[in-house]
Design a protein around this ligand. Structure first.
Ligand code: NDP
Length: 262
């Protein structure tokens, strides 16, 4: 069976090595490749033309993939973006596995009732929908105002840097791209420091790097983790849709090893 990840850029993606390691562990006859796609508007046509059984979708095509799918299932309907396509008969069915992947990744912190979510982009939408689904209180803090309306409608408290009033949180999450390719904090240092000091745990969606945000969490002695588990579990959940089997502990560990390879 054939699978791929669509993106632009896609060269850096670790999904093939993660998914192929899982297929191998399971003896599943699957091959997972990368597909560079310029125009997200034709994603379904390319998916069908390439005889794919399933695919993942990454930046910047998740919203186009949502619009083009024949059917969207689960939390993706509210999020408005999908990262997984599955061929069912002749229909392209779409899911968002970033949202449950995030929830799985934060399980290791224990019980979470309130979250301060930094950023208001696509990833923040997935995280906010998943958290609200579990009745967790969500406060969103973003640099600019324009993206906050979606979160207010979802029932989140929403601030820009100018209007922010700190409260107490079980968890603070960086879902901005600050720290990805630069050494920026997700908001001015006084805001981040004060917020971290009022949180029990910190999570950064960025993986493979101790970002300035995580460095500050570490300096303030709060437990933290990076986005590796989120990436792993969005992949594991997609893998379960691809193979129509639940992933065993052994498969998940093989996928983690695959992710860390090279
Ligand atoms: P988007 O481009 O959709 O959103 C980016 C957000 O970050 C916006 O809210 C933007 O604010 C904010 N932002 C960008 N730069 C800065 C800055 N210098 N200071 C403060 N805020 C900033 O991105 P995504 O939601 O797609 O991705 C966000 C991050 O999540 C990325 O780092 C990505 O790598 C990571 N990610 C990790 C995954 C995983 O599996 N671990 C999965 C998906 C994403 P504004 O609205 O003001 O522009």
């Amino acid at each position: 069976m054939n699978f791929t990840i669509f993106g632009n850029p896609v060269e850096h993606s670790k999904s093939p090595q993660m998914q192929n390691a899982g297929f191998e562990q399971l003896n599943f006859d699957g091959k997972y490749t990368k597909t560079h796609l310029e125009d997200g508007g034709i994603i379904k046509d390319v998916f069908l033309k390439n005889n794919l059984n399933g695919a993942n979708i990454t930046v910047p095509h998740k919203e186009d993939a949502f619009k083009n799918a024949d059917e969207v299932r689960g939390m993706a309907q509210k999020i408005g973006a999908v990262n997984t396509y599955i061929l069912e008969d002749t229909q392209v069915v779409a899911y968002n596995t970033d949202a449950p992947g995030f929830m799985k990744a934060i399980e290791s912190f224990g019980n979470i009732n309130s979250v301060l979510l930094l950023g208001a982009g696509g990833t923040a939408k997935a995280i906010a929908v998943a958290l609200k689904e579990k009745n967790i209180e969500v406060t969103v803090l973003n640099r600019s105002q324009s993206r906050l309306e979606y979160f207010k409608e979802l029932g989140c408290i929403a601030y820009t840097w100018d209007t922010f009033k700190v409260s107490q949180y079980d968890l603070i999450v960086n879902s901005t791209s600050a720290g990805l390719k630069d050494e920026d904090l997700p908001a001015p240092k006084n805001i981040i420091e004060q917020s971290i000091q009022n949180s029990k745990y910190a999570f950064d969606c960025i993986y493979g790097k101790k970002t300035p945000f995580l460095q500050l969490a570490s300096q303030n002695n709060i437990q933290y983790k990076d986005g590796e588990d989120m990436l792993l579990y969005q992949g594991v959940i997609a893998f379960e849709y691809f193979t129509k089997q639940s992933a065993s502990k052994e498969t998940i560990e093989a996928m983690r090893k695959g992710l860390k390879k090279g």
